[in-house]
Ligand binder design. Structure first.
Ligand SMILES: [Zn+2]
Length: 309
């Protein structure tokens, strides 16, 4: 599982950073890619990656500000032009209004898609668990921005233990149907009378990963709740140390506040994105250094950077 950042800038694109979008690549797990936000130019960024648009099966939108959604009509239209590729349906999750935005853009521009889009809109009163599959559960909770904005907590379900085939062979179990029985947790008796206890040959279940991806927000307890014990927290850092007042006025956070959230939630790793174009490269290293005084495992991400989870 990886996160690839497609746009890490705040508000408007700059030469170094495009506006918000990131891809959660779940190729090994479910052969799908999930996008979080889709700022203008997201499809151009995707061209510079190995992501195939038809593998994008779900898009999660944090809020309706333009720098997070203006890339949708273009991406959705181009996704239709995948020659010789099977057309796959798409789910879009987001605040009330996202459906009307997408359908209006497509209708006015005369765009017809050869695949279906299923919309899942929510508002303040319909948050919580927004999706559950056999492998993942996704929760959304309202953050504190200038318009309705949410953060997402993606929880992978625990992974089943694996069968230790070498150990079974060493115990004299012939390869075949017995392996299947043991894998299903059944104890078996071999022809020579040896008892094989399944539990001795199956590793313990591994806990699933937790990935928290927040939209634009002031510092709020909702962020901490969404991020509790997460393997990775992706948090905006529109402002730097000392800018707490201006950050509050604009509905954003500083690097220090993001680090406080990471520390309070006990996450393993903090990735800072939504970086203002005012920050030059020397400022970026300062952003990281200052945040690290509160939460050590922090990194300021760049466009196209890929992070393994
Ligand atoms: Zn934004």
């Amino acid at each position: 599982m990886d996160i690839q950042f497609l746009g890490t800038g705040a508000g408007q694109p700059s030469k170094a950073r495009n506006v918000s979008s990131l891809a959660l690549k779940l190729l090994d797990e479910i052969n799908e890619v999930w996008l979080f936000d889709c700022g203008e130019g997201t499809q151009n960024r995707i061209l510079e990656t190995t992501i195939r648009p038809r593998k994008v099966r779900k898009i999660f939108i944090t809020h309706l500000h333009g720098d997070h959604i203006f890339g949708l009509p273009g991406f959705l239209s181009s996704r239709a032009f995948q020659a010789n590729e099977e057309q796959t349906d798409l789910e879009i999750y987001g605040p009330q209004g996202i459906k009307s935005f997408v359908l209006t853009s497509l209708r006015v521009s005369g765009s017809r898609l050869p695949y279906r889009i299923h919309f899942h809109e929510f508002d303040q009163d319909s948050l919580g668990k927004i999706l559950e599959t056999d492998k993942f559960t996704v929760y959304a909770e309202e953050l504190d921005h200038t318009i309705f904005c949410v953060g997402y907590r993606v929880m992978q379900k625990d992974l089943e233990g694996t069968l230790d085939a070498e150990k079974l062979k060493a115990a004299g179990v012939p390869f075949g149907p017995l392996f299947g029985k043991i894998k299903n947790g059944q104890d078996v008796v071999l022809e020579d009378g040896t008892e094989i206890k399944a539990a001795d040959y199956i590793s313990a279940p591994r806990p699933g990963k937790i990935i928290t991806i927040l939209g634009d927000t002031r510092k709020t307890n909702a962020s901490v709740r969404l991020a509790v014990n997460a393997d990775v927290l992706v948090h905006e850092s529109t402002y730097g140390k000392g800018d707490e007042k201006i950050a509050r006025n604009h509905g954003h956070s500083t690097n220090m506040q993001a680090a406080q959230v990471a520390a309070e939630a006990g996450v393993k790793r903090l990735l800072l994105n939504h970086i203002s174009a005012r920050f030059l490269s020397k400022d970026i290293s300062q952003l990281k250094k200052d945040a690290a005084s509160i939460f050590d495992n922090v990194h300021v991400v760049k466009d196209l950077e890929e992070v393994e989870i």
